[in-house]
Ligand binder design. Structure first.
Ligand code: ADP
Ligand code: MG
Length: 727
């Protein structure tokens, strides 16, 4: 019966590293080979078109329509020369991942044959069958159709034999149906608002860019084992499985030697990524067995996010070549660490100044502290929203679980920045004084070594790390745009509020630097509650955070309410990032997605419990019963208790576990039945959270107990010790 499990284990154990086709050239030669980057644009586009396109990209303008045909022409020529046969508009629907609809280049030539054609119109706009993507009712209320439109700021690339054009996806009435549209709006908002503030320090600044360096964590599992676990294959995580005797206790996986099969996979992935112009740089083992991490050099947020989405799908493909399945789920295995995706985020000017980086002069440091204080104020004001931006059914398993950041947003600053903030609060930072020699406080004293000396509080969801903030609460499977659009919008709003106040004071004749310092002090004081350098895992913090008025909600469907609070709506409206209609529609989708995820898991768990586990456990129980009976037959004179007491206890325990499993599965099905009748998506998600989810925990607990009792030979599913240790 369990032959599938043993075959899978045998297959996995016998596998050798797959050899990788290593290019003859060095990375600098093949880097970006599959990307229509500036160099290719220069080569394939007429000079005027090239200039217009570069100007549009650099200055966040739209490309005048008359150039689109030329761009399409050049892009097509390059794509065909590089083996492309299809093209697609590549977009980010409100589900997970990306979507694409492929069209081949061919058109009738009017003479019975075909020609390969690609026009400006095809490049600029496409109408995918939008009805199959969630819209939260927007398309019902407004227009049935949706279309995708070219995002010139992210270069087209060739994947396999398809030319992929990064696009936004919107309804005919202009509402966003994707993640990229509001992300671009948020980046625009932070550019404009950031520039206003940056100009107080350097009037020459033209743009403020936001940067993102993601760290993608993932697990690898041998594909034979993966397919022997229907829960993994269908939900991306194990819904049952007793902890392995050896786990991550010895901490021997982190920075340990990478197994050769995995190393081959990583090398292959790195080569693919570099061809696609994704600057991946760091790779290493993570804390849990079979867990790894991949990180690139940071890039502008929109591009970095496209690259993250792209790499997630490339990982899956490359994984298959190596007989692996890549698990991007936040919590594939209970009892070992889950996977996150730290978002290293910063702002910088077009003149190359990183705004969260302390400088050398008083002016630079006042600018540094201004931007830091504004971020703290934004995260404080919108802490519930920031949390909502990373909340999902899958990330819920990880957050607050003593391994990942707690489900409360706070900012860690480290000792040095803390001191500076304190000094500002206590009025110890004085602009005039700090110019003189010998003063120990003052904004010009911020030491440069701060970048390397920020200690690393791993329990903080949002940490200042010297020249950037590291937002660590993001889940491994998520689209970073969810967090990046909320964060950048919130910060943009706060930047504008700040700029207004300074302008006001300045117009009233106040000294600019004094006005800035006064307002910064105000910000530091009012956002004090968000600052926490202590242990985020402790129970005291939960109490303390609640006293400070920080959002402590843990139910994901309720966390989503933060998107619709007055302060969120007003902020999103002011910055033009999301309208009320969009916010409401997107929340419908979020609640619906939440429900669906739990629904699928509950179904799979019920099926496995009743059709896989119970029959096997019953069989083993029968064996024990048979044994007891036969012992009594053979040794009728000996008191049965003498030799079968243990068996009888086991039989009774198993009976109890099985009874509870059956009851709980029945109760879970009932709870689903009730929930499924609810029309309101929010209410439905709440019932799934409150009524369905708890049954899953009980069922799992009981199944895991049975796993320890039932004969290993007949247990049907690969066990944790088999899944988790790649040789
Ligand atoms: P760690 O694991 O120590 O946090 P990693 O080296 O794995 O660090 O990842 C750090 C990430 O932060 C990289 O993607 C890196 O490019 C990125 N990063 C560094 N500086 C900045 C910055 N100023 N803005 C955004 N991202 C940055
Ligand atoms: Mg990190």
């Amino acid at each position: 019966m369990s032959t599938l499990r043993f075959k899978a284990v045998e297959q996995a154990m016998g596998r050798k590293a797959v050899s990788v086709a290593i290019p003859e050239e060095r990375p600098e030669v093949y880097y970006g080979k599959q990307v229509f980057n500036r160099q290719k644009m220069f080569e394939y586009l007429p000079k005027q078109t090239f200039d217009a396109l570069v100007d549009a990209i650099d200055n966040r303008k739209s490309l005048p329509r008359e150039y689109a045909d030329n761009v399409a022409q050049g892009m097509k020529q390059w794509a065909l020369e590089n083996g492309a046969r299809h093209y697609t508009h590549w977009f980010q629907p409100l589900t997970d991942g990306t979507a694409e609809k492929h069209d081949s280049f061919i058109e009738h030539d009017g003479k019975g044959g075909v020609i390969e054609k690609f026009t400006g119109k095809m490049l600029v706009q496409q109408e995918p069958d939008a009805s199959s993507f969630p819209s939260g009712g927007i398309r019902n209320t407004f227009e049935a159709r949706g279309y995708s439109a070219w995002d010139i700021s992210s270069p087209a690339f060739i994947l396999g034999e398809t030319l992929c054009i990064p696009t936004i996806f919107i309804s005919y009435t202009g509402e966003s149906l994707d993640y990229k549209t509001p992300l671009l709006r948020a980046l625009n908002a932070v550019d404009k608002a950031g520039t206003r503030v940056a100009r107080f320090f350097d009037p020459e600044v033209k743009h403020v860019n936001a940067y993102l360096g993601w760290e993608q964590e993932y697990f690898l599992v041998d594909e034979a084992l993966y397919f022997a676990r229907p829960d993994l294959a269908l939900t991306g995580r194990t819904l049952m499985g007793h902890e392995s005797a050896k786990n991550q206790q010895l901490e021997d996986h982190y920075f340990g030697a990478i197994p050769s099969r995995v190393e081959a996979f990583m090398l292959d992935l790195e080569i693919e990524a570099h061809k696609l112009g994704i600057p991946v740089k760091t790779r290493h083992n993570e804390v849990a067995p079979n867990q790894f991490e991949l990180a690139p050099i940071f890039e502008e947020v929109n591009l970095a996010n496209d690259h993250n989405l792209l790499i997630m799908s490339v990982m899956n493909e490359v994984g298959k070549r190596h007989n692996f399945r890549v698990l991007l789920h936040e919590k594939p295995f209970a009892g070992v660490n889950g996977s996150g995706k730290h978002n290293n985020w910063s702002l910088g000017t077009d003149k190359g100044v990183l705004l969260f980086s302390p400088g050398k002069t008083q002016k630079e440091n006042l600018q540094f502290i201004t931007f830091v204080a504004i971020v703290m104020a934004a995260v404080h004001k919108h802490n519930a929203l920031i949390k909502a931006s990373i909340a999902s059914a899958t990330n819920a398993h990880r957050l607050g679980a003593n391994e990942a950041p707690p489900a409360i947003i706070s900012i860690f600053t480290g000792d040095q920045l803390s001191h500076i903030l304190d000094d500002i609060k206590n009025g110890k930072v004085n602009l005039e004084l700090s110019d003189k020699e010998g003063m120990t406080v003052g904004v010009n004293q911020i030491p440069e070594i701060m970048i390397d000396s920020t200690d690393r509080n791993r329990t903080s969801p949002f940490a200042f790390v010297g020249n950037r903030f590291e937002f660590r609460a993001m889940g491994s499977s998520a689209n970073c745009a969810t967090a990046m659009l909320a964060l950048n919008a919130a910060v943009a709003d706060e930047l504008n509020i700040f700029a207004d106040k300074i302008q006001d004071r300045f117009e009233k004749g106040e000294d600019l630097n004094k006005a800035i310092l006064t307002e910064v002090k105000e910000l530091v004081e009012s956002s004090e509650a968000i600052h926490f350098d202590g242990n985020g895992y402790s129970d005291e913090w939960k109490e303390e955070a609640s006293k400070r008025g920080l959002d402590c909600e843990t139910s994901v469907p309720l966390i989503y309410d933060a998107y619709l609070s007055d302060s969120s709506k007003e902020m999103f409206n002011r910055t033009g990032v999301l309208s009320d209609v969009e916010l409401e529609a997107r929340n419908e989708v979020k609640w619906e997605m939440y429900t669906k995820k739990i629904q699928i898991e509950a179904r799979v768990l019920g099926d496995l419990a009743i059709n896989h586990i119970i029959p096997v456990a019953t069989r083993y129980q029968l064996t024990l019963l048979d044994n007891v009976r036969k012992m009594a037959e053979v040794f009728p004179k000996v008191d049965a208790d003498n030799f079968s007491a243990d068996d009888l206890v086991t039989i009774a325990k198993m009976a109890d576990h099985m009874k509870v499993i059956k009851q709980e599965v029945a109760a879970m099905v009932d709870a689903r039945r009730v929930a499924n009748k609810i029309k309101d998506e929010r209410k439905k998600a709440l019932v799934y959270h409150d009524e369905v989810l708890p049954h899953m925990d009980t069922i799992r607990y009981r199944i895991d107990k049975l796993e320890l009792m039932v004969d290993n030979e007949i247990w049907p599913l690969p066990k944790y010790r088999e899944l988790l240790f790649i040789r």
